[in-house]
Design a binder for this molecule. Sequence first.
Ligand code: FMN
Length: 200
Amino acid sequence: MNILQINSSQRRTASQSTKLADRIVRRLRDTNPDAALTVRDLGANPHPVLDEAALTALFTPAAERSPEHAQRVALDDALIAEIQAADVVVLGVPMYNFGVPAQLKNWIDAIARAGVTFRYTANGAEGLLRGKKVYVALTRGGLYRNTPADTQVPYLRTVLAFLGMTDVSFVYAEGLSMGAEAEASALASAHEQIEEAVAA
Ligand SMILES: Cc1cc2nc3c(=O)[nH]c(=O)nc-3n(C[C@H](O)[C@H](O)[C@H](O)COP(=O)(O)O)c2cc1C
């Protein structure tokens, strides 16, 4: 089993979403001790934004790319290779201003490549990253689960399904900025959700 862990908090040691993602990986490895793990920390190693230079590089045929173009495309290629090789993907996702962190969006922009991770057919779009299990550890200061203010879950469900990843379990830790008691109870609940998710 190959596990790919993507951390998107900009905090290193204090990140609750990274701690929850770590816990999911630990629990998966309890039952799969030989599982290989690749960790990509988008806070420590930010991926470049999809700007005009990147788009030009991506849309230039490989044989015609300048060294700078090739270098830029290679950065995305590395992320695509990692997710193609993964059987299980674990995402640590804080809520930043009602959305996913910009770094996670940059990662998604990098792995979504027509003809490689999805393709258009006569029947519509088809995801090519199939057969993967995805766990998402969500952390929020407030409470948004199952409300219209939670743009993260519908967005992640949609884009992951578009790429072929339809087996997704979400673990919520909410109310982390609502006092020590609320935080402790949110984390205890998240730990229970992890046990249920890995046992499923
Ligand atoms: C820049 C920034 C924006 C945030 N925006 C929101 C928000 O819109 N809604 C919310 O509930 N919490 C928000 N929070 C709180 C974080 O979601 C919460 O602290 C979470 O634990 C951060 O994840 P981390 O512990 O993995 O870093 C924000 C925090 C930061 C630093």
